[in-house]
Design a protein around this ligand. Structure first.
Ligand code: AMP
Length: 452
């Protein structure tokens, strides 16, 4: 036997038992983001490599070490997208969206690719749900995006996530701080890791990102970015914080939070969950004032975020409404079985095959199951079927069937239209969740239980 082929390192299959929950979480994003006026955009999975070197920045880890880049058969230099903001901004410029009445609000959901060392919560193909608000009004746009994020997490049933915010200042503030920080760090060059020394040359602010306890100790005495802020940046940050307070968003100022991408200006933020260990950020984002121009558009204020969907699912609360919705989405098809041995029509299709197809045309998901009654029942339960339809020879002639509703145990005799009407509610999940998180239902009762 030839050796088996496995999914590439750092990638994984998301199986049918999980996809319904993914879809429910994505459904929540669509519904909350829609409430804030965001519309979906889907950009290519690969782009010209230059988009990321220019957009994300040469000094970032992403561009420096993590990109899946290749040359195609037409000698083009391409890269699997490691993040989605640069692509969204490229599309914004390419399609002249800067000429639309501002702001333009876009969201995306999809896979991203980074060559990182795989570990819990870190994959080489992972998924992000993100949004970008382009052409907005500074602090007010930052606040709107943060409020939308909080609404999303609340709707998913999260109660104790931490919102960390900081400001990295505008261009002039950062230039001033860069000098101050360099003056402080230069005499300590010897004590710094190779990585940090490299960052000294490329982007000294990123040294603050260091995870090494030794460097953190040294950095405790470093001058603070807050002291180099221009009046404008200070006012901007104060306005964002005050909006968060006004809408009762619990947040913490994290003075060391600088984020790994080069394009951020002023507000940066992260949402962290204790449940995730060292890879604890479920969401990162911030404002960017130069990116649209950098990619060939007019000066445009931008702010956005990316949520790591894989991590989000790992810490999704047990009583999240999305789980309930996920269960409704994963309701299996109605199982149709022969009530007795049916005569085989010579050369024709079995009468069950035809009945199943008629049900589908009435909008009812249905499959045929053969075998003994116990086997049919087991199959129906394992598929999370809401009902079993038994078709006997007489019933097939006069068009009525014995139906067992698994949720309630009811046994009914129905014709095809009655059947469709009775079963429809099991399949009409609308995507809207109740505001308050209901208690987590047990899987069996949620699927087979009441019909609402
Ligand atoms: P970033 O684009 O680096 O700001 O990341 C935004 C979010 O994406 C992070 O907070 C993570 O939740 C998620 N993320 C980033 N890299 C990975 C990865 N390699 N595997 C899984 N999730 C990731």
């Amino acid at each position: 036997m030839p050796p088996r082929i496995q999914a590439p390192k750092g990638t994984r299959d998301i199986l049918p038992s999980e996809t319904a929950l993914w879809a429910a979480v994505e459904g929540t994003a669509r519904s909350v983001f829609g409430r804030y006026g965001f519309r979906e955009i889907r950009t290519p999975i690969f782009e010209d490599t230059e988009l990321f070197t220019r957009g994300v920045g040469e000094s970032s880890d992403i561009v420096g070490k993590e990109m899946y880049s290749f040359v195609d058969k037409g000698e083009r230099h391409l890269t699997l997208r490691p993040e989605n903001t640069a692509s969204v901004v490229r599309a914004f410029v390419e399609h002249g969206m800067h000429r639309l009445p501002p702001p333009v609000k876009l969201f995306y959901i999809g896979p991203q690719f980074r060559f990182e060392r795989p570990q819990k919560g870190r994959y080489r193909q992972f998924h992000q749900i993100g949004a970008e608000l382009l052409g907005g009004k500074g602090a007010e746009s930052d606040a709107e995006v943060l409020l939308m994020l909080v609404a999303f997490f609340r709707e998913l049933g999260f109660r104790d996530l931490k919102v960390l915010v900081n400001t990295v200042g505008d261009g002039p503030s950062r230039a001033a701080y860069r000098e101050t920080l360099l003056r402080f760090l230069e005499p300590h060059r010897e004590e710094l890791s190779e990585e940090s020394v490299r960052r000294l040359a490329t982007n000294p602010l990123r040294v603050l990102d260091s995870k090494s306890p030794q460097e953190q100790e040294l950095l405790a005495a470093a001058p603070r970015l807050a002291d180099s802020l221009s009046e404008k940046s200070r006012t901007h940050f104060a306005a964002v914080c005050s909006a968060l307070e006004q809408f009762e968003v619990p947040y913490e100022i994290a003075p060391r939070l600088v984020r790994g991408l080069d394009y951020y200006t002023n507000t940066v933020f992260e949402i962290v969950s204790e449940g995730l260990g060292s890879q604890n950020a479920v969401c990162g984002g911030g404002a960017y004032e130069g990116l649209v121009e950098e990619l060939g558009g007019p000066p445009t204020y931008g702010v956005g975020f990316a949520i790591g969907e894989d991590r989000l699912l790992e810490v999704l609360p047990a009583d999240s409404p999305a789980r309930r919705a996920g269960l409704s989405l994963s309701v299996g098809p109605v199982v149709v079985a022969a009530a007795e041995k049916l005569p085989v029509k010579e050369g024709g299709l079995s009468p069950i095959f035809a009945l199943v197809e008629r049900l589908r045309r009435l909008g009812i998901p249905a499959v045929e199951a053969a075998g003994k009654q116990e086997k049919v029942y087991e199959r129906a339960v394992s598929m999370q079927a809401p009902a079993i339809v038994y078709a006997g020879e007489r019933g097939l002639e006069d068009g009525t069937y014995n139906v067992r509703i698994l949720a309630t145990g009811e046994r009914l005799q129905l014709d095809e239209l009655e059947l469709a009407k009775r079963l429809q509610p099991f399949f009409s999940f609308t995507g809207a969740f109740p505001e308050a998180a209901p208690a987590r239902p047990s899987p069996a009762s949620a699927v087979l239980g009441d019909e609402d």
